[in-house]
Design a protein around this ligand. Structure first.
Ligand code: FE2
Length: 421
């Protein structure tokens, strides 16, 4: 053996690629997984006996706005719970936004997430602010936390690219400053034509600077909001599908079936990624409906059935738009199970994959992710025997291993009966 084993996980059952393994020993040396086998006769500096507990690759938060996290109630609570009151409140809260304020809250949120097994995060940074404060804040956070959690930053023009002067220039400046991903919001541009133009510009910018794309797309109940087809067309023509993500796409839930069926064929060709945010879109969408009231989500189950990559995110954690959110991606998966009616056995497992492996595909992590010999040693031990039990009990992340090192461990709550019943 040409290496010293620093960490040995004994008898954990690995859930990956939709399969649950027999109990395995996992040997880690430095920051790399060196061996996986039913029994490894090795000594290690640290040994964790797992007794059949579940080992999964880390949870991936594929969509969050870390610049606004943990601001619920500041300066006042959202009384109506609506998007529009949230925008009003954020306009007031933004007045006191500083780089330090963003760093403090973003790192606090990342710690909450990491303690629950999240080790990869894609955050949006609003670049409508002329000072680029959210972008500067989140780029510095990406650097500050890189030894224990990987953060991607999307340059996100919240108010539209063409609706305010200076945003085009700021988006390009964001690329020069090192944003990982180009964002957009075509349904919020002043006209449909501007929306189409904005999508082409986003693709041009991504090609010029060799960056990924993640567009807030059709996050509205309007069944005529159809920028997803524009994104799909650009992805097909430029052969960029796996580098492109359409986030939210809630209008897809309102399209008529004839159009949705035709569009699904184009999406299969385009091979783009999708992110759904069921916690917040269930609460924000459908607000103008009486009854029947729409769920306001994209067609998660149908996209999955068509072999497209769908991941799930929080979008918001305790901010003016959504004052809840625990940072636990099993909560998000559970909401998708309900809202998208994915209660079949394989569908339940798929929802767990949507917050792990599918998220990794959305983030283009490729070989940086997954449990295999030679891979970076990032993994999570859950207090559950399989993926469905993890959902049933919102299993505690017993051990979170980041870059080969135990990062955080949690003891599940113990129940003690005081009477014999
Ligand atoms: Fe978002």
């Amino acid at each position: 053996m040409a290496y010293d084993v620093s960490l040995l996980l004994q008898q954990g059952r690995i859930f990956q690629h939709g399969q649950l393994s027999e109990p395995m020993d996992i040997a880690i040396a430095g920051d790399t997984i060196r061996a996986i086998a039913p029994h490894l006769d090795l000594t290690a500096a640290t040994t964790l006996p797992l007794a059949g507990q579940l080992v999964i690759p880390p949870f991936v938060e594929s969509h969050i706005h870390l610049d606004s996290v943990l601001t619920a109630g500041q300066p006042r609570w959202n009384q109506s719970g609506t998007l529009f009151e949230g925008i009003e409140i954020w306009r007031e809260r933004k007045q006191s936004l500083t780089v330090e304020d963003i760093q403090e809250r973003a790192i606090a949120a990342l710690k909450i997430q990491a303690s629950q097994g999240v080790l990869f995060v894609r955050t949006h940074a609003d670049v409508s602010d002329p000072t680029l404060t959210p972008l500067h804040g989140l780029l510095s956070v990406r650097e500050a936390v890189k030894d224990w959690i990987t953060v991607q930053v999307v340059a996100f023009p919240q108010d539209g690219i063409y609706s305010h002067p200076g945003t085009v220039e700021r988006l390009e400046e964001a690329m020069k400053l090192g944003a990982d991903v180009v964002g957009g919001i075509p349904h919020y541009e002043l006209t449909r034509e501007d929306g189409v133009r904005s999508v082409k510009y986003i693709f041009d910018l991504a090609e010029t600077y060799d960056r990924l794309i993640d567009i807030h797309c059709d996050e509205i109940d309007d069944d005529q909001s159809r920028f997803l087809e524009v994104i799909a067309a650009e992805a097909i023509r430029r052969d960029m599908g796996d580098r492109v993500t359409a986030s939210h796409t809630t209008a897809f839930g309102s399209y008529n079936n004839a159009y949705a069926f035709k569009l699904m064929g184009f999406l299969r060709r385009a091979r783009i990624n999708f992110v759904s945010n069921p916690l917040i879109n269930l609460t924000l969408q459908g607000r103008m409906d009486t009854y029947p009231k729409r769920r306001g989500l994209t067609r998660v189950k149908e996209l999955w059935q068509n072999g497209l990559n769908v991941s799930l995110g929080h979008d918001c954690i305790q901010d003016p738009w959504y004052c809840l959110g625990t940072g636990n991606l099993l909560d998000v998966a559970l909401m998708a199970v309900h809202a998208c009616q994915m209660t079949g056995h394989d569908e339940l497992q798929a929802c767990v994959q949507m917050v792990t492996e599918n998220g990794a595909r959305t983030l283009n992590l490729h070989h940086a992710y997954g449990i295999a010999e030679g891979q970076p040693a990032n993994l999570v031990v859950l207090d559950a025997e399989d993926a469905i039990a993890a959902l049933q009990h919102r299993a505690t992340a017993r051990h979170v291993i980041s870059q080969g090192q135990p990062l955080v461990s949690t003891t599940p709550p113990q129940v003690t009966w005081q009477q014999v019943v």
